[in-house]
Design a protein. Structure first.
Length: 451
């Protein structure tokens, strides 16, 4: 929707927030940049984007953010993470994926509870808001506690029931009880702007085919996004092939799991035929380059996925496999790592930024609501302070974001029109209390474990 398409009563007048004076990178289809721009916000959505002098005259704002000397852009969207793993940061470094899982899963079983997940989640929100992340897709246990923490902080979290058929799940709920529990969870949800129901199937190596088809059917029945790890490394591919006689993507396709409401995490080890399958079925991919490199999984074939027309969003993975929830850092790695084959154009600066914004929104099935600064969309935006030597001079905003900017450059973060961080101060979280709570939960865990 363009400003001229807005109903007359929506143009001009009283608004909740006006962000003005900065260079506005809209990330719309045309890549529109407004050099001295402004974003008008009312009722949690963008009312208009345009020249600052005109919008200042047209609107009377209850709250303003002076963005002079700054870059204003859509909030970043993390399409794959395990947020409360902030509790375990640093306990499983320099391991393969399989070694990582062997070390982490027993510790999770001993540590996790609604209270510790809430502590870990609040720490993750603080880190994410500071880094300009306004939305995350979070696959983890005790999602109810995570949702409550995110709601209290005013942060956009997409989460829901997780399925992983292990002997002692942290929540104590065996697989046999999970389908009914998940169905009740989906039925009890109230639709919210900028969100959607989600189900998480961990992987084809922790769930058998009958379980995967049942979870998929439940997701489809409720219009939920289905999120699943797939083809993260060669070891996983070999394991699934040995178990089922098919590679992960082949198996998921045969079971009817793939489709436009399915998002694969990682998708590193793919054949040409599997890339074509993802394109044919409309399945999206969450690319997690930092985690993939740290675990030695390899480099996902992102240029080939993009050439095939597959939607690719960006994720950090958890703070144990990547040690950070810095999505802006992942933008830089995504823009760089695919050049290793000798083609500096493989993933350019603009493409990498789009992967963390509008393409991530599309991967979640929310491209009509999130991911760009356009009239009618949810008002998720960040203000990045450009007054720093490493950001001066500036010739191109895409280049600045992909190759020079850092999470610490984010000055203000807005979600649904609510300012969560202003002048680098968190407004909806007591940061010191969050850090104490997070450290206490992690320290108690360390004292109780000698693994």
């Amino acid at each position: 929707m363009h400003p001229t398409d807005l109903p007359a009563q929506d143009r001009g007048g009283a608004i909740d927030l006006l962000v003005h004076g900065g260079e506005v990178l809209t990330v719309d289809a045309a890549g529109t940049v407004v050099p001295d721009g402004a974003v008008a916000v009312r009722g949690g959505r963008v009312v208009e984007v345009g020249p600052a002098d005109r919008l200042r005259d047209a609107y009377e704002a209850a709250e303003e953010i002076d963005a002079r000397g700054c870059l204003v852009l859509p909030g970043l969207i993390n399409t794959h993470t395990h947020l409360a793993m902030t509790l375990l940061r640093g306990i499983a470094d320099d391991l393969t994926l399989q070694g990582f899982l062997a070390r982490v899963i027993p510790r999770e079983a001993a540590l996790l509870s609604p209270e510790t997940v809430s502590a870990g989640l609040r720490g993750a929100i603080a880190e994410s808001v500071r880094g300009g992340v306004t939305t995350a897709l979070d696959m983890y246990w005790f999602h109810e506690a995570a949702e409550a923490a995110a709601r209290a902080a005013g942060w956009r979290l997409l989460t829901g029931p997780t399925f992983m058929d292990v002997p002692e799940p942290p929540d104590g709920r065996p697989y046999a009880e999970r389908l009914g529990w998940a169905a009740d969870d989906l039925k009890g949800r109230t639709p919210v702007p900028g969100g959607r129901p989600v189900l998480f199937a961990h992987s084809a190596y922790t769930l058998v085919p009958e379980q995967l088809t049942a979870i998929t059917a439940l997701a489809r029945e409720h219009g939920a996004l289905l999120h699943i790890h797939a083809a993260e490394n060669a070891g996983e591919v070999a394991m699934v092939t040995e178990q089922h006689g098919m590679r992960p993507v082949e198996l998921l396709d045969a079971l009817g799991v793939l489709g436009p409401d399915t998002l694969l995490a990682h998708a590193v080890d793919l054949t040409d035929a599997e890339i074509a399958t993802l394109a044919r079925t409309g399945t999206s991919v969450a690319h997690c380059p930092v985690s993939n490199l740290k675990l030695g999984c390899g480099i996902a074939r992102v240029p080939d996925l993009l050439d095939a027309g597959v939607t690719v969003g960006l994720g950090t993975d958890g703070a144990v496999s990547s040690n950070t929830l810095d999505l802006l850092g992942a933008v830089k790695v995504a823009a760089l790592v695919h050049k290793a084959g000798g083609d500096p154009t493989a993933v350019g600066a603009e493409q990498a930024v789009r992967m963390a914004t509008i393409e991530s929104a599309r991967a979640l099935g929310l491209g009509d609501q999130l991911g760009s600064l356009e009239a009618g969309k949810r008002a998720d935006l960040i203000v990045l302070d450009l007054a720093a030597p490493h950001l001066t001079p500036r010739h191109d905003p895409w280049s600045t974001l992909a190759y020079a900017a850092a999470a610490a450059d984010v000055r203000d973060t807005v979600v649904d029109g609510r300012v969560l961080m202003r002048d680098r101060a968190l407004l909806t979280l007591d940061e010191q209390a969050v850090l104490r709570e997070l450290s206490s939960a992690a320290t108690a865990h360390e004292k109780a474990n000698t693994v």
